[in-house]
Write a protein that binds this ligand. Sequence first.
Ligand code: NI
Ligand code: MN
Length: 233
Amino acid sequence: MDLKGIKLTWLGHATFRIQTPAGKIVLLEAWVMNNPMCPEKEKKLDKVDVLLCTHGHHDHIEDAVEIIKKHDPQVVGIIELCAWLEKKGAKKLLPMNKGGTQTVGDLKITMVNAVHSGGIHDGKEIVYGGNPCGFVIEFSNGVKIYHAGDTSVFGDMEIIREIYAPDIVMLPVGDHFTMGPAEAAYAIKLLKPKSVIPMHYATFPVLTGTPADLRKLVSGVEIVEMQPGQTLS
Ligand code: NI
Ligand code: MN
């Protein structure tokens, strides 16, 4: 995988920290301190410039309020999720919706579909958090990464390939709450990326799909099985 100066760290589950060519720190998903897969030494984030949130489930935004209070990042998410975060004290919001692209520093961020649900557990209530989404991020060095969020496979992944042609895709493989290895293999057929980083597996006992299962089902694509805390550069 050629990241051309990007540093990409998996913090476990669906959370990634990416250092851009300009040195900005992007956090994909706000589940760090309470993420049981995140190594202790990675839980103390030094800085976060941009926070991207795919949807309101706890394993994606449980630590959002704390991270926003501490680091005051620009926050990208769907309108309703941003409105909820604003009520919780977020200031630098960059709400958007599916099909749209916005430039944030040296990134071009496109919000794409995800087939999932998106309620936010707020105390004892579940409040509407807008639709769940995925993101295609284009870096200034030309590298394009697609983080699928939580999703099943869907035919319009073909549109994502045709319009954005992501080089690297982060796909859930754990099954139960998202697609499992069989669906992820089909997603790879639609997306035709150079490299795949499996995510959203092993965190809970019901997430039984593994990168090894996926590897048995595909050929001609690099499956990069990362360890939590590992950095690719
Ligand atoms: Ni979810
Ligand atoms: Mn999830």
